[in-house]
Design a protein around this ligand. Structure first.
Ligand SMILES: [Zn+2]
Length: 242
């Protein structure tokens, strides 16, 4: 395969691949798959937040229990002082008020403990819900992917064949032309190469002036369009004149 022909074939292949990719991206399953992915991502971040909250609550519970233990020890030692008869009539009042204050503190800690346990329960339920929602999203995503695969089997097959064709076509194209082509594809959004038909390039369709026509005739088989600056295949266009 001659290089100009290979270049035009390469463009045909790339345009076909682009069309297939567009079709795939526009499949309704694709949008749904992306929505499922986004939902799972959001859920994961929520789950991390819930996990952080659980850590905090567990730490608060630990602190609360340690503090309750200390208060109970304090109560016991104070009562032991009374029972041992160490406390006399004078400081008995102080001891009583001390015990009252300790009882109040214990009560407060017990109340906090209940609240913490309730929060922990709520967190557990939230974690469970998040897990089952994620499982649901996961199987939903798998079903969508399977459905998409089934419906796009023809496109997939064609794309694989086009990719193989592309490899064999590229063998006939020099690195310099390849580089020019890659640059032009980016610049023109795919339609990088045109062909001279008579005295009109096939894409921009600006009629070539006689002097430019003469230049093109003397120039390389893969020139550049003087109007739109796409790659311009001129080979085979002048045969009739000769
Ligand atoms: Zn042009």
């Amino acid at each position: 395969m001659r290089e100009p022909e290979a270049l035009l074939r390469l463009q045909d292949i790339d345009l076909a691949l682009m069309r297939h990719k567009k079709t795939l991206a526009a499949m309704p399953q694709m949008r749904k798959i992306q929505a499922v992915r986004a939902a799972r991502k959001k859920l994961a971040s929520q789950s991390r937040q819930i996990m952080g909250e659980r850590k905090d609550v567990l730490m608060d519970l630990e602190e609360n229990e340690a503090s309750q233990l200390l208060l109970h020890e304090h109560v016991e030692s104070t009562q032991a002082r009374v029972e041992s008869g160490e406390a006399n009539y004078r400081n008995l009042k102080d001891i009583e008020s001390q015990l009252t204050s300790l009882a109040k503190q214990i009560e407060k800690r017990e109340f906090q403990h209940k609240e913490l346990l309730a929060r922990l329960e709520k967190i557990r339920i939230a974690e469970k819900n998040a897990k089952s929602l994620d499982d649901k999203l996961c199987s939903e995503g798998e079903a969508l992917i399977a459905d998409l695969k089934e419906q796009t089997a023809d496109i997939d097959r064609d794309m694989r064949k086009l990719s193989l064709d592309r490899e064999s076509v590229l063998v006939n194209i020099s690195p310099e032309v390849r580089e020019r082509y890659d640059g032009a594809v980016k610049r023109f959004g795919g339609l990088a190469v045109e062909r001279l038909r008579g005295n009109v390039p096939s894409v921009c369709r600006v009629t070539v002036s006689p002097s430019v026509f003469g230049d093109l005739k003397r120039g390389p088989a893969i020139a550049e369009c003087p109007y739109c600056h796409r790659m311009l295949v001129t080979e085979g266009m002048f045969d009739l004149d000769e």
